[in-house]
Each structure stands twice: as C-alpha cells, then as structure tokens.
Write a protein that binds this ligand. Structure first.
Ligand SMILES: C=C1C[C@]23C[C@H]1CC[C@H]2[C@@]12CCC[C@@](C)(C(=O)O1)[C@H]2[C@@H]3C(=O)O
Ligand SMILES: O=C(O)CCC(=O)C(=O)O
Ligand SMILES: [Fe+2]
Length: 376
C-alpha cells in the first residue's frame, strides 16, 4: 500500500497558494467608462467608523530617519500607531518617479492586454484582483499586479517587444527596498532592545539576506460614486513590515484605536511603513499590526506600490525570548511565513487569532482579530 503523501509547507513564495487556489473572477469592468457604480461593485456605506483627515498632534507620525532620536520615535510609533511615514530614507526620487510611471504605464494598458498576464488561481504573481477578494460578496474598485522576484515572465506577456524598462525599474526597486526594509527592521528591533545575537536568521552579517518579499502594485481608478465603492477592504498585512509608496492622491486609511479611520496624507517623497502580523507575533503583541484600507476618489486616479517584507521562508517566527517572561507569556505559536499565508487564505482577519496560544489575563488584546468591518 502506498503511504499517504505527507503535506509539506512550500519553501518558495511562488508555491504558497498551491493548496488554496482562489478562483477569482478577474474584474471584467472597464472602470474608466462607468458613470455609476454597478451592483457588482456597490458596497454598503463605509461608515462603520467615522473617517477623518490626519492633522495636528493626532496625526500619523512622520519620522525623519536622520533624526538622532529615530529609534525612540520609531518604537513609539510602532507601539501606539502601527503606522508611520518616513522621510530622509535614502530611496531616490528618481527611482520613486520611475516606478510610479512604469506602474501607471502598466495599468493604462487595455484590459484585454492586462488579462494576458492574469494571476493563476493557485499562483501568487501577475495581474488581478486582490487575493482577499474571495472573502467579500462585492468586488473592489481596484486592480493589482503582484511581483515575486523577477517580473519578466508576466511583463513579456504585457509588452512582447519592450518589457525591459518595466523589469529594470521593478528589479532596481526590489533591490533597494530589500536593503532599506532590513535597515528599518533593525531600527524597530533595537527599539525593543533586540540585537544581532537575538536574531539568528538575520544571517552572518545581519543583513537579512534571505528575507522574502512581494512587490504589489495597486491601481484605484477615479470613481463616480466613491462612497459606494471600496478600493481595498480593511485588512492587516501578513508581513513583518510593509513599505508603501503612494502617489499624491489620498486613500489609505488606518483604524486608529479601533474607533476611527484616519487618512495617511500623502507627503511627496515620503514612504509609509506599517506593522504586519509577523512583527506583531515576533514582538509578542507589543507592536500590534494595523488594520488599514484604501478608499477611492471621485476625480483622481490613485496608485500605490507596497513592498511586503517577510522572513526567510524556512524560519519559524515566534515571540522573541527576550520579550517573554512570567508576566508576559508567549502569545503566539511559531509559524513560518508560508504557514501564516495559508492561515490568512483560510481565516482572513482571524488568522492572527488562529495562531494565538492563550488569552492573557490582562494586558494585550488583538485589536485586529475581529471581522467587525461590515461588508454587507
Ligand atoms: C505575501 C503576501 C501578502 C499578501 C498575500 C501575499 C501576496 C499578496 C499580498 C496582498 C497585497 C494586497 C493586499 C493583500 C491583503 C492581498 O490581498 O494580497 C496582501 C496579502 C497579505 O498581506 O495578506
Ligand atoms: O493602496 C494602499 O494604500 C494600500 C495597499 C495595501 O494595503 C496593500 O497593498 O497591502
Ligand atoms: Fe495592506
């Protein structure tokens, strides 16, 4: 008799959805030609919590990375906001302009052309609707293009003649982001009192050389009835951290203290950093991941580019032992990135609680383990 084949977790990002194919009907709409939001894309009112623009003392922190106090500022922002913007980050304006215009060029292609690079149901990369769409009865007012490593295979389907300028820009950005995200992760970890000896998987030089990453381009066309549409539904990122570049059209909102949506106002040349679920686990809940969404705009097209940064595929992430003691028991069981993506594919916003070990007697409560965001 043949022994049952044992299921092993994928060791490559490209394979994480083999066990969970999602048959998403890729958006057949030509957003630009519509005068109103069709039923397929009409969401119930987005007023589950009040929305406000970010201003004054109660706005999303903006941190100058050249500030000698940056470790403290970053730690405070992670603890109390879960999101912040950074300036003086060393990514050149030329590169940011370049990926923005290459992203723009991609989404401006005719729909039929873009569908040639459609993401496969069991794949991770390519063109299509957000993976989390499968959890909602309505479609979102957005399109995405996901890149893991080289985008060449899909870019060739989009531009058979000339795909190199797109690939060059994306690959250069991935390379710069990998360095930058590693540096940022050290800044965050040192704010927790964690150093190189505590993180074996940072590698011999501590540069997180084996870290994994996904580049996600998001396009949100202008929408005739923005209050009836959803750009990207509320979620937390299944990452350690995410670095987001947004064009000058606002739309990103974060759920502040579980009570109000605060807009992350675009600042030219700044990058938005948000805490993901794996950093939440690693920090044993000290730096909670942040629930966020993207709303759409009546007149302006919006583009965002997310660098989703995670640990090496074979590494189990669990609460750091320095952050665990009798009064702070470990709150989560060890998980690899692919196990966590698998949990997200099954449980969506309950993924974090699905890997939770115990409910603390007092202290931390997951702010984002509810599905209370109304979707009709
Ligand atoms: C490595 C990741 C992280 C993923 C899944 C997989 C590839 C694509 C990422 C996103 C990008 C868009 C929002 C999100 C919520 C989605 O639908 O796809 C993200 C998701 C997550 O952060 O969970
Ligand atoms: O477009 C945005 O501002 C948000 C994008 C996002 O949350 C994501 O790609 O995970
Ligand atoms: Fe996100």
């Amino acid at each position: 008799m043949k022994p049952p084949t044992e299921y092993t977790m994928p060791s490559r990002l490209a394979e994480v959805y083999k066990a969970h194919p999602a048959y998403l009907h890729h958006n057949h709409l030509d957003f630009e030609s519509l005068r109103e939001v069709p039923e397929s894309h009409a969401w119930p009112p987005l007023d589950d919590y009040p929305s406000r623009d970010s201003y004054g003392a109660e706005s999303v922190p903006v941190i100058d990375l050249a500030d000698p106090n940056s470790v403290k500022l970053v730690g405070y922002a992670c603890k109390t906001w879960g999101v912040f913007q950074v300036t003086n980050h060393s990514i050149s304006m030329r590169l940011l302009d370049n990926i923005e215009s290459e992203g723009q060029r991609l989404f401006s292609l005719p729909r039929q052309q873009k569908l040639k690079a459609a993401r496969l149901p069991d794949g991770i990369s390519g063109y299509g609707v957000a993976r989390i769409s499968s959890f909602f009865p309505k479609l979102m007012w957005s399109e995405g293009f996901t890149i893991v490593g080289s985008p060449a295979e899909h870019a060739r389907q989009l531009w058979p003649q000339d795909f190199s300028s797109f690939c060059d820009a994306m690959e250069e950005y991935e390379k710069e982001m990998k360095q930058f995200a590693g540096r940022l992760l050290w800044l965050i970890l040192s704010s927790l009192g964690i150093n190189k000896e505590d993180i074996k998987w940072a590698g011999p030089t501590g540069d997180f050389g084996d870290a994994g990453a996904v580049l996600q381009l998001n396009s949100y066309p202008a929408c005739p009835e923005p209050n009836r549409a959803m750009g990207l539904a509320a979620h937390t990122d299944s990452t350690l951290l995410t670095v987001l570049y947004q064009n000058s059209t606002s739309g990103l909102q974060v759920l502040r203290d579980g009570v109000e949506w605060v807009t992350v106002t675009p600042i030219k040349g700044a990058l938005v950093i948000n805490v993901g679920d794996l950093l939440h686990i690693l920090s044993n809940g000290r730096y909670p991941s942040i629930l966020h969404r993207a709303v759409v705009n009546a007149t302006h097209h919006r583009l965002s580019i997310a660098y989703l940064y995670g640990p090496p595929m074979n590494v189990q992430i669990s609460p750091l032992s320095k952050l665990v003691d009798p009064s702070h028991p470990p709150l989560y069981r060890p998980v690899t990135w692919s196990e966590y993506l698998d949990a997200k594919a099954q449980h969506f916003n309950k993924a974090l609680s699905s890997v939770r070990l115990c409910t603390p007697l007092n202290g931390f409560v997951d702010m984002n383990n509810n599905n209370s965001v109304k979707v009709g």
